[in-house]
Design a protein around this ligand. Structure first.
Ligand SMILES: N[C@@H](CCC(=O)N[C@@H](CS)C(=O)NCC(=O)O)C(=O)O
Length: 320
């Protein structure tokens, strides 16, 4: 049974960002537990852990809550370093690649998946995503744009073929960097996985034109790991109540906004789907920020976010 040391992923099967983490867990052959969360709001068992952050997935280890795959994957690598998914000398490169896969390429995948399945997407899901982002997730306009989106998607996809071909010249070429699958493969795999599942004919046509990506993708999807232990949201909340966050020194370095430990702050993704989490700052580094005493959180938790892609604002104490 899962305990305060277990990796608990709050996720749903169809989530491509959750698939990134599942692939990393398979590559590391780690034991993990899974809480199946709703695909749309409300998410009553998740909000007490995240203080309002609604995106999928979330990783929980005891009373430490990690938001966003950028941070989740980094923490998995730090806490479970074997086998490494970041090649020596390539630290940082995979995060730059994630910025491309997630922020440029993924919005095209979403447009193609929703546009191609417009008549099958449940109305509640469409409405939830439209309310979350202010973007259109169906309708004639999106369907009319599909050929252009596919055109763009294939252009991003073709960079993988280019990279794998260039890698061969350098003596590797089975994976995006180096001779073993790593974090860059995890990030790049997400869009191919999402579109292959939901718009298979289009994905197959792209893969037919890109034999090295086809081989790479076939090898990645064959990797087996451990099956997750299934937990309920209530089990996960119980584990958080009976755990304490891992010790973390209250510290900030040179902060552009002059943030100090103890400040009340609010944090939100900076993309089209803001959701503000308010709490007390414990620690702020250039690429990680941690809050405690989070408004609406169930107990004493540390909620961790990456910095790139997140807005942080200092609150007046009367706003707390
Ligand atoms: N930057 C986030 C993006 C996560 C994300 O957008 N996930 C999608 C699902 S794949 C989501 O949150 N959709 C809305 C929801 O699940 O409520 C990350 O890397 O974790």
């Amino acid at each position: 049974m899962a305990n305060g040391q277990s990796i608990i992923l709050h996720q749903y099967e169809a989530s491509p960002f959750a698939e990134k983490v599942r692939l990393a867990l398979r590559l590391k052959n780690l034991a993990w537990s899974s809480v199946d969360i709703p695909t749309i709001m409300p998410k009553p068992d998740l909000m007490p852990l995240t203080g309002g952050y609604r995106r999928t997935p979330i990783m929980q280890i005891g009373a430490d809550i990690f938001c966003d795959t950028a941070l989740i994957l980094k923490k998995l690598e730090q806490r479970f370093p074997e086998p490494p998914l970041i090649n020596a000398g390539q630290e940082g490169t995979h995060s730059m690649i994630a910025s491309w896969t997630d922020r440029q390429w993924f919005p095209l995948s979403v447009g193609i998946v929703f546009g191609s399945n417009a008549d099958r997407i449940p109305e509640a899901l469409r409405q939830d995503r439209e309310a979350m982002t202010g973007r259109t997730y169906g309708g004639d306009e999106l369907v009319a744009k599909l050929p252009m989106l596919k055109d763009q998607w294939r252009a991003h996809f073709s960079l993988l073929e280019e990279r794998l071909t260039a890698g061969r010249g350098a003596g590797a070429g089975s994976w995006l960097f180096g001779s073993k699958p790593g974090m860059s493969d995890v990030h790049a795999h997400m869009n191919v996985w999402f579109v292959s599942r939901n718009v298979p004919d289009f994905a197959k046509a792209c893969l037919r034109e890109a034999p090295r990506v086809q081989d790479w993708y076939d090898r990645l999807i064959e990797i087996k790991g451990q099956d997750a232990e299934s937990l309920t949201g209530e089990d996960a909340l119980d584990i958080s109540r009976h755990s304490a966050p891992r010790l973390l020194a209250a510290s900030t370095g040179t902060e552009p906004q002059g943030l100090r430990p103890g400040d009340r702050v609010a944090i939100s993704p900076d993309d089209t789907a803001p959701c503000w989490v308010e709490g007390e700052l414990v620690s702020a580094q250039p690429n990680q920020i941690t809050l405690q005493k989070v408004k609406n959180a169930i107990s004493t938790l540390h909620i961790h976010f990456p910095r790139a892609g997140y807005l942080v604002k200092k609150l007046n104490s009367d706003e707390a």
